[in-house]
Structures are given as structure tokens and as C-alpha cells.
Design a protein around this ligand. Structure first.
Ligand code: FES
Length: 67
């Protein structure tokens, strides 16, 4: 099993589990307090790059459900 796992949630975020370094557009690291984070895939989160649950409110529908 790899150290980091990324799960594509149906019509929801990418859930990243494991120790990762997440950098913003300037290369500065986010201070992550958990080893599992959800990254927004719908583009509507008020807390990008993190998911804030807005995908459920707007009825986000992912174009591809899986591989
Ligand atoms: S995927 Fe959850 S707010 Fe965008």
C-alpha cells in the first residue's frame, strides 16, 4: 500500500490520505493539521483548495464517475 492515497469521491472532492506537502501558487506550504484532507473538485468552495461541502449544495455532477 502506498504512503499516500487519493480517492475520487463520487460528485465530490479528492480525498487525500497520508503525509503530504501541499503548496500554494507561490510555493508556500499550507499548514495541514490532519493527514486526511479533501480537495475541491467542483471549483465552488469558499475555502479553496479545500472542499467546504459546497459541491453537495450546488448539485455538482462529475463528468466521469471512475476509470
Ligand atoms: S468538491 Fe466540495 S466544495 Fe468543491
Amino acid at each position: 500500500m502506498p504512503d499516500v492515497q487519493i480517492t475520487v469521491k463520487p460528485n465530490g472532492p479528492y480525498v487525500v490520505s497520508g503525509e503530504v506537502v501541499l503548496l500554494d501558487s507561490s510555493g508556500a506550504p499550507y499548514r495541514l493539521e490532519k493527514t486526511t484532507i479533501a480537495l475541491c473538485r467542483c471549483g465552488q468552495s469558499e475555502n479553496k483548495p479545500f472542499c467546504d461541502g459546497t459541491h453537495a449544495q450546488i448539485g455538482f455532477s462529475a463528468p466521469v464517475a471512475g476509470p
